[in-house]
Design a protein around this ligand. Structure first.
Ligand code: NAP
Length: 252
């Protein structure tokens, strides 16, 4: 006998919130899970649970205990640990999994990108004379760049940090955007930036800096997405909904 769906969305992204809205509008039973990194998360139209599950075993247990019928991994493309845990726990608990992600950015004509595999590779690539670097990575990863203290770093954080960043030469802007390419171009000119470092997050929310770098002919050190085991993946809310609500069509 078919079970009523109870969907668990692993969130923390605009895509997850959009899917939560779409499911709430359709009165589908679903729960949104957040890591708990944000002090005041936005209000959600679905029940929310907050905090880690306790690894793969904890997530598999949660899936069984809560009677989850479908797992949607809508975490950020760089939340690699959570995504790997989701694949393993879904297999362990025999719950079908789909990932809802943003397509990665790819270089456009005029872009001067160098790809690196991860943050340590980006830090290593900065060996050499002092440059003026826009470090568009978010607070979590800034400390790693203390290993290349010769550069001047332009940092832009959503919230003011509680402690000063451990970079001897830096400028810090606190702003949550959205940013336009025109604004970012001005910012790069004002700070005489000669290199931009970015994670390949994809999507439209953070793309302005790449458009600005292209317009100014600036090189970009692009950190690739972490590799994950193969999984079913879609980029559109409509495709996720179709898979969730028409399982027979897709042979699930
Ligand atoms: P991560 O390194 O992959 O995950 C670390 C641990 O945090 C996971 O093992 C899990 O703990 C817990 N966790 C992560 N996401 C969770 C969720 N949605 N619900 C419950 N527990 C979760 O993740 P991260 O990079 O720190 O990202 C944390 C959150 O911020 C995610 O929700 C992600 O979507 C969002 N985010 C991340 C980035 C980024 O650049 N990494 C950017 C924007 C938003 P247990 O092992 O105990 O289950």
């Amino acid at each position: 006998m078919a079970k009523f769906p109870h969907i668990l969305i692993l969130g923390g992204t605009t895509e997850a919130s959009a899917l939560a809205r779409a499911l709430a509008e359709r009165s589908v039973m679903a729960t949104l899970s957040l890591a708990g990194r944000t002090e005041h998360p936005a209000a959600q139209p679905l029940p929310v649970r907050i905090g880690g599950f306790g690894g793969v075993t904890g997530l598999a247990q949660y899936l069984r205990d809560a009677g989850i019928t479908h797992l949607v991994d809508a975490t950020h493309p760089f939340a690699a640990q959570m995504s790997a845990h989701a694949i393993a726990a879904a297999r362990e608990a025999a719950v079908p999994l789909i990932a809802l992600t943003r397509p990665a950015w790819s270089p456009q004509p005029g872009d001067r990108w160098t790809s690196v595999a991860d943050i340590p590779a980006a830090v290593a690539a900065l060996a050499g004379p002092a440059r003026r670097v826009m470090l568009a990575l978010g607070r979590m990863h800034v400390a790693a760049f203390a290993a290349q203290p010769q550069h001047h770093y332009l940092l832009r954080f959503v919230d003011a940090p509680t402690e000063p960043p451990p970079l001897p030469h830096h400028s810090l802007i606190v702003d949550r955007g959205p940013f336009t390419a025109t604004d970012d171009e001005r910012l790069m000119r004002d700070h005489a930036i000669d290199l931009v470092i970015a994670k390949n997050a994809g999507g439209t929310g953070a793309v302005a800096k790449l458009i600005a770098a292209r317009a100014l002919g600036l090189p970009v050190l692009m950190i690739d997405r972490p590799a994950l085991p193969p999984r079913r993946e879609v980029h559109a809310i409509a495709d996720a909904l179709h898979w969730l609500l028409h399982p027979v069509d897709l042979g699930v």
